[in-house]
Write a new protein. Structure first.
Length: 120
């Protein structure tokens, strides 16, 4: 998983730099926002895989154990919030804020479900 986290961090840096260059050269905020959101997403994925790798190395026999997460509604919540974010980018910043709040709520719910299944 260390390789995956390094790839995610590399993509995050690339997309962050590309987003900043795009912002200052194209003066178009929607595209720059998409680049920067993708950079944040890959940073999050890199952190998650790095933490999972460290936990697996710290636990004896942890690499053999597979975490099972039961059915949850939060991926659907992410999808709906993503649609609201896209509509907000096109229509109004207020709708964009609602989509961001929806993403945060979905992330919190998903993390709660993962923590519950990991504790069991």
């Amino acid at each position: 998983m260390k390789t995956i986290s390094l790839i995610c961090f590399g993509l995050a840096v690339f997309l962050g730099v590309a987003g900043l260059i795009y912002l200052f050269t194209a003066h178009e905020y929607a595209g720059a926002t998409e680049f920067l959101v993708a950079a944040v997403t890959f940073t999050f994925l890199g952190l998650v895989t790095r933490i999972a790798d460290r936990r697996a190395a710290a636990e004896p026999g942890g690499e053999e154990e597979e975490l099972h997460i039961g059915p949850t509604i939060w991926p659907f919540g992410f999808a709906v919030a993503g649609v609201v974010v896209v509509v907000g980018l096109i229509v109004s910043p207020w709708i964009l804020v609602l989509g961001a709040i929806g993403c945060a709520i979905s992330a919190a719910g998903w993390l709660r479900d993962v923590a519950r299944s990991h504790a069991s």
